[in-house]
Design a protein around this ligand. Sequence first.
Ligand code: ARG
Length: 289
Amino acid sequence: MTTFTTRRFLQSLGLLAVGTLLAACGKKEAETPPPAEAPAAVAAASAAPPPPAKVYVVGTDAAYAPFELQNEKGEIVGLTIDIVSAVAQKAGIEVKFVNTPWEGIFNSLQQGDRDMLASSITITDERKQTMDFTNPYFDAYQLIAVKENSKVAKFDDLKKLKVGVQTGTTGDEAVTKLLGKNSTAIKRFESTPLALKELEAGGVDAVVADNGVVVNYVTNNAGAKFKTVSDKAFVPEQYGFAVKKGNTELLEKLNKGLADIKADGTYDQIYAKYFGAPAAAAPAMAASK
Ligand code: ARG
């Protein structure tokens, strides 16, 4: 009897324990039901920390005010940076700007050191063979900078002069075409500001570079006593962002973001911040024409 009672007692304890356990489970399940449509594996995966978002590395030659430059704190700023940041926000991607010398910039894209280039790069047929470009985001043309007292009145007048350009730019291409491939009168510089400094010092008679940068320099360096000369011989240019050939995924995101900031007024706001008037209302740098 004692034995029976003890066994019954223990048995009932066991039953109680199992019952309590079941009740507890039932309760827990009732409190946090797994999402009906989520298989266990997916639920487990979502509990793990999310993989870090990809940060797209943007190469830019930040010696090109007002487009891309370094401020006093060494931060990369400018119109290009504002546009890319706005595009990235629309596209839902993260970007990081890395100062990249112009001379190695296209190679850095090829090598995969940069995911994209945003550096006032003119879209050309030749460049299109080795990289892909977004839709254009800015219009430009070549402009001649000379000293105020210079007699230069047109591009052709540079034929007998020493001309400074930034190596490998469309300005370099134009001057090379005019003066000839082997001309020793072409002085090539690592950056456009360096070429303009040399004009100031008298080492060259003229500089040919993108209008926006030339006008910005002339305006902010009144002491240099420069003037600008435009010529219809220069073909219209358009800037685009470059991605590695075949990177359609990034290209599509950028084009979509670009279309979005043009549609909602963000692009015009950024443009006005640097040039004072909406892109559609006034041609860039009209004053220099
Ligand atoms: N638009 C010209 C070109 O594509 C010059 C661009 C130079 N950009 C710069 N950040 N240095 O050749």
